[in-house]
Design a protein. Structure first.
Length: 315
């Protein structure tokens, strides 16, 4: 598979295969989604301007890591963006080969942002953070079942809840150790823990699932998290602004942190109070406070300076 320099590449990812469309070539190459296949693919697309893959529940991570190790620029995008692009382009058919070409065309037309380098430490941390979220969800589900369970079943449910709590404690300890083992992650954690409303769990989520923090501008970061207002205007109609898309898990962590910050941070509290006094609904004011909060955090991480309430007031 010989290619020229400065080309775009689209990869359709499945559990077993990687279908690769290269800009200017009609033939879609197929590689196995294993260590050998990813190494061969990375060598084949060396010199690419950008390689784009869809997020596919983790199946994309092997090729993402292989491309990063080879120094090939890589972007991971939301599958919905690609499908919307395909429909807008009139490409309604859906096969692995067609999808690979669509992703390649999406790469050239939209030029999605390259993701920061993901090291093994952050990958391990992200897996632990995800596992923690799963344990919480399972514990909540079991507690909901407990309410209407007869005695014998309730005892079994309580055993499960006890086991989940035990595993949760182990995961929390592993998360702390994973962050402490990587100096750059430990430094970021210390900065984040100085921010009002940010606790150990919030910090771990931001470190693991928002590596762009401190590396991109405020508007892009707000859109990435999903707290940027999207216009709904047409002609003379001015519709309500709504947030859309973004990383739901990061947004949930930011939401909880911002609720706490509204109580304990004079800057965030004053901002929220001012919006409410101006007649903004509570949800609108909270989302605006979330946006201000993450922008402040972005500034702190970018500058590597601890939170200072008076200085942050004008961010």
């Amino acid at each position: 598979m010989h290619v020229s320099q400065g080309f775009m590449v689209g990869i359709d990812v499945s559990k077993a295969h990687l279908d690769v469309a290269v800009e200017g070539k009609r033939i879609v190459a197929r590689f196995d989604n294993d260590a050998a296949g990813c190494a061969a693919l990375a060598a084949a697309v060396a010199g690419a301007e950008l390689v784009v893959v869809e997020a596919t529940g983790g199946y994309e991570m092997r090729i993402v890591r292989a491309l990063m190790a080879a120094g090939v620029p890589i972007s991971v995008v939301n599958p919905r963006q690609v499908r919307d692009f395909a429909r807008a382009s009139g490409r309604l058919a859906k096969t692995d080969q067609v999808d690979a070409h669509v992703i390649c065309h999406f790469a050239r037309a939209m030029r999605p942002a390259q993701i920061p380098h993901i090291d093994d430490g952050r990958i391990a941390l992200a897996a632990l953070v995800t596992r923690r979220r799963q344990l919480i969800d399972m514990a909540v589900a079991e507690k909901n079942r407990l309410e209407h369970a007869p005695g014998a079943v309730a005892a079994l449910i309580n055993e499960t809840i006890t086991g989940l709590k035990t595993q949760l404690a182990r995961v929390d300890a592993a998360i702390a150790l994973a962050i402490e083992a990587e100096p750059h992650m430990a430094e970021r954690r210390d900065l984040l823990l100085g921010v009002p409303g940010i606790g150990e769990v919030n910090a771990a989520v931001l470190i693991a699932e928002l590596p762009e923090l401190g590396a991109i501008d405020d508007k892009k970061l707000a859109a990435l998290v999903g707290v940027a207002p999207m216009a709904h205007d047409s002609g003379t109609l001015r519709g309500q602004r709504h947030i859309s898309g973004g990383r739901a898990t990061v947004r949930c962590a930011l939401y909880m942190a911002t609720l706490s910050a509204i109580r304990c941070s004079p800057a965030i509290k004053a901002f929220y109070t001012r919006l409410r006094a101006a007649g903004k609904p509570p949800k609108v004011a909270i989302v605006a406070a979330m946006r201000k909060h993450i922008i402040m955090i972005n500034t702190i991480v970018r500058r590597k300076t601890p939170w200072n309430e008076p200085q942050q007031h004008g961010c």
